[in-house]
Design a protein around this ligand. Structure first.
Ligand SMILES: Cc1cc2nc3c(=O)[nH]c(=O)nc-3n(C[C@H](O)[C@H](O)[C@H](O)COP(=O)(O)OP(=O)(O)OC[C@H]3O[C@@H](n4cnc5c(N)ncnc54)[C@H](O)[C@@H]3O)c2cc1C
Length: 391
């Protein structure tokens, strides 16, 4: 979210381009978040199931999407829900807005604001935590470090002061602020860098696991590792491309290359499950050979048995279990499963990610390559055919 807000502040004039934009508020919010080191998340999607407004109109029930239901001198009143603020349980503030286009008549839903999570009437409805009190870092090393929480936000007569609002009553502007400023690119470059770090970790761990299983020098296994290494290097190059082919944009700023960024987002979304499946295959049934918890080491009788039976030539039982538990937390645990959904959806659904690639492609230039070649020939004359040896 830091990237999002910084990207908005890089082109604040977009907020002056239409009624309903609050440029000064945005700049104040940017300064406050920077100065006070605010950890913020965002909820920028209407709740699934709330997108068919005809249903709610015909059934005569209030639509659940978060909207402005009143306003006064001090600010606006919000009611409804917003989907799905990752990290909200740990955050100071949340950006409420719309990354999906709204219909022009949905202007009350266009409210975009950055608010503290403890405003009266604002509640978080969270999935169960995966990192529980009794979760052991040895058995679930990633879950215990990286369980972020995912929360629905519900607004029950929440009063939002005017100074926290950056868009109000303008449906197109509430979405365009992300794409007509560097905001979307700034935020998602960080996501690309994060994904690359995860790939480096994954490839290293995959290779170590094959050492532990003793399969690393089998030609077919080396080939699998080589493919993983090639994917990791290629993805890294897509990030380098965002830096080397940067754009010069307004207000004296430079920006990561948009096409390389959206291509990398698409690549990650398409390939994450395949990467996980490849590591799972390298693991074989290994993760299931170990006891439920490393607590066995606290009982002298079980410890001795465990060390006797589970050790192999090069690796002790505890060491082997440590590798397999880490790998399972990456590819197979509840945490891993949640991460698989995250990698598919955090930018938006697949069709939206493809659309970013479509709208940013230089179609004229690409058409020109094929058209330029076609311009070099036409229906051959009889003479040309004879010269070319045609019949
Ligand atoms: C773990 C996790 C964390 C998240 N964190 C955040 C967050 O921090 N902040 C935030 O705002 N959001 C977050 N999200 C929500 C995310 O933005 C949405 O999941 C995403 O935009 C997709 O919307 P949806 O889930 O409603 O899927 P839907 O729109 O219901 O789509 C589901 C599926 O239906 C099909 N489909 C639907 N419409 C179309 C169409 N027009 N064309 C083709 N196929 C279609 C596709 O197969 C699609 O995958 C998170 C989601 C997950 C899973």
């Amino acid at each position: 979210l830091a990237g999002n807000i910084s990207g908005l502040a890089m082109k604040p004039e977009v907020f002056d381009s239409e009624p309903g934009g609050f440029r000064e508020n945005l700049l104040q919010i940017y300064e406050h978040m920077r100065r006070d080191d605010i950890f913020a998340t965002y909820a920028v999607v209407p709740p699934p199931g709330a997108r068919n407004k005809e249903y709610y109109q015909s059934a005569g029930v209030a639509q659940p999407a978060c909207r402005v239901t009143g306003e006064d001198d001090k600010g606006v009143i919000l009611n409804g829900m917003k989907f799905l603020a990752t990290g909200a349980a740990y955050a100071h503030e949340v950006l409420v807005g719309n990354i999906m286009p709204l219909e022009p008549d949905q202007k009350k839903e266009s409210i975009t604001c950055v608010i503290p999570l403890n405003l009266e009437g604002l509640t978080l409805w969270s999935r169960p935590p995966l990192n529980r009190m009794d979760t052991n870092p040895f058995d679930n090393p990633l879950t215990t470090k990286f369980d972020e929480s995912d929360c629905m936000l519900t607004f029950n007569d929440v009063h939002v002061p005017w100074e926290k609002i950056i868009v109000h009553d303008n449906a197109p502007l509430s979405r365009n602020i992300y794409t007509q400023t560097p905001s979307h690119v700034m935020a998602n470059h960080q996501c690309n860098v994060r994904f690359h770090s995860k790939m480096r970790f994954l490839v290293g761990l995959a290779s170590l696991i094959t050492k532990v299983t003793g399969a690393r020098d089998i030609p077919a296994v080396r080939e699998t590792l080589a493919k993983l290494a090639a994917m990791e290097a290629g993805y890294g190059a897509m990030i380098d491309g965002q830096l080397y082919r940067y754009h010069e944009v307004d207000n004296g700023y430079v920006l990561f290359n948009r096409r390389a960024l959206y291509a990398a987002l698409h690549w990650a979304m398409e390939n994450h499950s395949h990467l996980m499946d490849t590591v799972r295959e390298l693991l074989g049934g290994g993760p299931f050979q170990f006891p439920a918890s490393i607590d066995v080491m606290k009982d002298p009788y079980l410890k001795e048995m465990f060390e006797n039976y589970w050790s192999t030539g090069d690796y002790g039982a505890k060491e082997r279990m440590k590798f397999f538990k880490l790998a399972w937390d990456l590819v197979g645990s509840d945490h891993a499963s949640r991460a698989t959904s995250y990698e598919k959806f955090y930018v938006g659904p697949a069709h939206a990610v493809r659309n970013y690639n479509f709208v940013n492609a230089p179609w004229e230039e690409l058409h020109g390559i094929a058209e330029g070649l076609m311009d070099t020939y036409d229906i051959p004359s009889d003479e040309m055919l004879l010269n070319d040896g045609g019949t």
